[in-house]
Design a protein around this ligand. Sequence first.
Ligand code: RUQ
Ligand code: CUA
Length: 770
Amino acid sequence: MHELTRRSLSLMVGTALTMGAATAAWSAETLQDVMKRRGLTEKDLLAAAKTYTPTGGRDEYLAFSSGGQSGQVIVYGIPSMRILKYIGVFTPEPWQGYGFDDESKAVLAQGRIRGKDIVYGDTHHPAISETDGDYDGKYLFINDKANPRVAVIDLHDFETKQIVANPFFKSEHGGAFVTPNTEYIMEGTQYAAPLLEDGFVPLEEFNDKYRGGLTYWKFNREKGRIEPENSFVFELPPYSQDLSDAGKQDSYGWGFTNSFCSERYVGGIERGRPPFEAGCSSKDTDFLHLTNWKKAEELVRAGKVEQERGMYFIPMEQAIAEGLLYLIPEPKSPHGVDVTPDGKYLIVSGKLDSHVSVYSFEKIMQAIEEGEFEGKDPYGVPIIGMQDVLHTQINLGLGPLHTQFDPEPCVAYTSLYVDSQVAKYDYCKGKVLDKLSIHYNIGHLMTMEGDSVSPDGKYLVALNKLAIDRFNPVGPLHPQNHQLIDISTEKMQLLYDMPVPLGEPHYVVAIRADKLKPAVRYKSGWDSRTDQRSPYKTRAGREKTERTCDAEGKCTTEVWGTVIRSHITPEIIEAEEGDTVKIHLTNLERAQDEVHGFAMYGQNVQLSIEPGKTASTTFVADQAGVFPYYCTEFCSALHLEMQGYLLVRPKGYQATAVKLVEGTLYTKEDYETQVKTNLETQAVIDQVVAYITSHNFKDFPTVVALVEDATDQLGFSEGAKKKSEEAAAKEDWQNAMLWANQWWQYQVKAADLGLRAKTYLEESGAQKVW
Ligand code: RUQ
Ligand code: CUA
């Protein structure tokens, strides 16, 4: 192994010095050759040029996509459409250690429903936090339709920090949507159910006892957490509430939620009744709900709202009496109410109508002020006449669904589910401007920052419900298809098909990448889930293992350890059968991307420990045995050696006096050969250092960081060198040789970093400065 690594080191140097030979080969083929060989048109090339991102290149926007049934969030770049990350949200995700370390298990446990662990979610609508109606890039929220919950993701590290389970709802869909200063996160029900009872309520009592609802979750920006105790819930009629949107600018203070099945049909195929789909679409209109959250907040603050289940609960009668709740008929079975960037209009798409309906907020307010209602619904909620408040209706095509906006005033894009098209139109003048076919059956669509007060336009992503024939077949379960469309010119142009192989992503939001400032490391000893210094933070040299037993004889073996290239401290953990084992590991690295993992045989343990992080695992060693553990990230040349053993002794085990015999014994000669290698390696390092320092490396932050890390590694090698020399002075050749080898290991890490820095400088055209 020793020889092998030495050879690979010289190989690394060799490769670094011969770069450039390969570049000549690919230019031999011309662009025309490639076009012919791959059957590409000029239009294809243009599309490719608009999306292709050369190595090291960055995307202009980052998209956060719902992960559908995966219960995760998918992060990808636009226009490259390269997937950058899956964020574990409602579902354990082993790569991130999410749901495996104690810290994140505590987050998932917040999402328990009726005491049950729910380990998946059906995520639908992500929302980015806003300041003055504009994306601020600080937080991301996402809902779970199946188990009514909302999660908070901090965009400082792209980790899930909190899950709140709705104590009233049994289903939801109208979340997550944020108010313009992220005061609240909206979450609306989908399928009506009893709100205040968890027990059995027969369907015969549907009209009286089943209800819809709308929660305004209070968000505390300083803490970065939702505060259920300051949140409030509207009781709503048992219409299946659907999507929501928060008013902005002119309509600030209001929320809008549409609905389907205002027929209140309860189904029953097995009783010989027509199915839901018939009973829920027999009327021509459903109801758009208006809620005044600003006024509701005042009532809450004035102590006029009763508390239920740890939140504030606004019964329908109170909402009606206080003027907090109104209904407006809307074309039936809508999926999407979208507020225009100026907040003046609401665009509603009724899937079963070929029009989008544009409502004027000003007219709505006028009707409310003048008390102009066309009647009341069966629950006494005032109904505003649709014709009184419509601005216009535009015939777009079949199955309009969801709307996003262009920076050009009055220009919007609506998805047409049945026609499989995107329509671009002017909603002020009521004129269709362009249409583009997509593949196939588009649900939501999204333009860059397209639901904020200042949409960027540029690109549109069509989130198609079916992919059918777009990709290589991979069995009956197809990936989803996100299609990238260029909307920077008058005519829309389809650029790229991106398969999404992880659940059905319902909605995506995209933010300008330069608004995000994610960290590359944590403060040392950080619990990332609580955002505080971990009580288990461990420094280098302070690692320890303790075994304690309580009065009943229950024992705990607890480890405060560290990880750094390329060893885990401790390497041997001893426990006794039946012990609770707690292992806390702190990653001592400061270097970018130097993550270590920690996996153990048969204990369901897998941690991801990013630089600075402290992560913990707790399990019961209920069986005696030998349990190897190791690092799961290929972090360095000696990654495989980043290993150890948990030894669980049987109860009452009597040690027989067996001495540890070294597998290999070393001599003075071995020691001297190693020292010779180390000196040669140092010469290589010196060469690399000379190369780096003779160039303007300080102009490259990446290289500066690599050099800092390499300097650290060389510092460690000094320590090992000293120990080897001390052992040699005592003629303890075994330890002299082993420490000399450790000295060399640090050198190899330094050399690896140095060569990476050198390659970076060569590829970036660094200038020689002396
Ligand atoms: S999304 S059906 Cu497909 Cu707005 Cu939820
Ligand atoms: Cu640390 Cu592999």
